[in-house]
Design a protein around this ligand. Structure first.
Ligand code: EPU
Length: 303
C-alpha cells in the first residue's frame, strides 16, 4: 500500500485534514499505540461519505474513533485509514429542551453547557472523557445513568456511505452496546432530549460527580477508564481487588491501587505491557471467582 499516494488522493477529495504515519499514542488517553498509516480529521458528513467510498473502492481497512479514551492501540499500529472525530464536527447547540451536538464535541463540555442552560439529564456525563460519537456508540454511563436515557435520535453515516437519522427506539441500546456499534455506523451528530431543571442544583450535582471521580479514580496517570465491563450484578473493580491484583505490574503498566478496574501508564508503558496485564487480571479473577471478565476497552491494531 503506497500511503503517500493515499494521502494525496484524500487531500484532493476532502476538506478536512489528512495525516501520514501518525503515532496513535498522541491520540489515546492511555498514551500508547504505534502509528496509523493514514489519519483523517473530517470536516463534515460529506467528508466522511467520501472517505468511506474511497476506502471501499481501494479495499482499505477503515476505522473510526473519537477521543481515544476507551481504546488500546497495539504497538505496531494500524494498517489502513483511521477517521478521528475529535476537535472537528464539534458544534453544540441548544434549543428549548433539545441539545444537538456534533460527534467530535467532548461529552463533558456538552454536559456543562446543558447544565448552565438549566437542562437536566447529562450531569452523570460530566467526568466521562469521551467524544459524543464514542459515548453514543458505546452507550457510555456513570453514576447509574447512561447516554441512551437522554438520546432522542442520532445522525450517522452507514458503512455504505448513506446519511441516516436513527430514532432512539431503533438503536438497540444495551449496557455499553448499541446498533451503531454492531453495524459499524459512524456518528455525525446526536440529539439529546433533556428536561428543565434548576441550574444551581444541577451545578451542585456535577461538582459532586467530579469529586467522586477525583476521590475514587486514578486521574493523575494516563488511563482508559474502566478496563472491564461490570458483570451482571457484580463489580469488576471489587472482583479484581479481591483477587489481589491491585498494584500488579507489567513493565510500566500497573493495576491501580486507587481503583482496581483501572490500569495506569506509569510513563512509557507499551501496549504489550497493558495487554499482558489485562490477561493476567482476567486469569486471576477467573481462577478465584470463575467469572470471565469482558473488556470494556476496545483493542485495535497489530501487536
Ligand atoms: N471497588 C472495590 N475495589 C476497587 C474499586 C471498586 O472493592 O478497587 C468496589 C467499590 O467499593 C464499589 C464497587 O466496587 O462498591 C463499584 O465501584 P465504583 O462505585 O467505583 O463503580 P464502578 O462500577 O467500578 C462504574 C463505571 C465507571 C463510572 C463509575 C461511577 C463501569 C464498568 N464503570 O464504575 O465508568 O465512572 O461507575 O459511576 O460501568 C468507565 O466506564 O470508563 C468508567 C470509569
Amino acid at each position: 500500500m503506497d500511503c503517500l499516494n493515499i494521502k494525496k488522493d484524500l487531500e484532493q477529495l476532502i476538506t478536512g485534514q489528512v495525516l501520514y504515519q501518525e503515532p496513535m499514542q498522541n491520540h489515546t488517553t492511555w498514551k500508547v499505540g504505534g502509528a496509523v498509516d493514514i489519519m483523517v480529521l473530517p470536516f463534515d458528513a460529506t467528508d466522511i461519505q467520501r472517505i468511506i467510498h474511497y476506502a471501499s473502492k481501494a479495499g482499505l481497512p477503515l476505522y473510526i474513533f473519537g477521543n481515544g479514551s476507551n481504546l488500546l492501540v497495539l504497538d505496531k499500529g494500524i494498517r489502513g485509514i483511521v477517521i478521528k472525530l475529535n476537535k472537528c464536527i464539534d458544534n453544540i447547540e441548544i434549543k428549548d429542551n433539545i441539545v444537538v451536538a456534533g460527534a467530535g464535541a467532548l461529552l463533558p463540555k456538552v454536559a456543562r453547557i446543558a447544565v448552565s442552560g438549566g437542562l437536566k439529564g447529562l450531569e452523570f456525563a460530566i467526568g466521562i472523557p469521551a467524544s459524543v460519537g464514542g459515548a453514543v456508540t458505546m452507550n457510555a454511563g456513570a453514576h447509574g445513568n447512561c447516554i441512551s436515557e437522554v438520546i432522542q435520535e442520532v445522525k450517522v453515516v452507514t458503512t455504505d456511505g448513506e446519511v441516516k437519522t436513527i430514532p432512539v427506539n431503533s438503536l438497540n441500546y444495551g449496557y455499553r452496546s448499541s446498533r451503531i456499534k454492531d453495524e459499524g455506523h459512524i456518528v455525525v451528530e446526536a440529539v439529546f432530549k433533556l428536561t428543565p431543571g434548576d441550574a444551581s442544583e444541577l451545578k451542585r450535582i456535577i461538582t459532586k460527580n467530579m469529586d467522586f471521580r477525583r476521590n475514587r479514580q486514578p486521574l493523575n496517570y494516563p488511563n482508559a477508564g474502566s478496563v472491564f465491563k461490570n458483570p451482571l450484578g457484580e463489580s469488576a473493580g471489587r472482583l479484581i481487588d479481591e483477587a489481589g491484583c491491585k498494584g500488579q505490574r507489567v513493565g510500566q503498566a500497573k493495576v491501580s491501587e486507587v481503583h482496581a478496574n483501572f490500569i495506569v501508564n506509569l510513563g512509557g508503558a507499551k501496549a504489550s505491557d497493558i495487554f499482558c496485564l489485562i490477561n493476567q487480571v482476567r486469569e486471576k479473577v477467573k481462577a478465584r471467582f470463575g467469572i470471565a471478565l469482558e473488556l470494556e476497552v476496545q483493542i485495535m491494531g497489530e501487536a
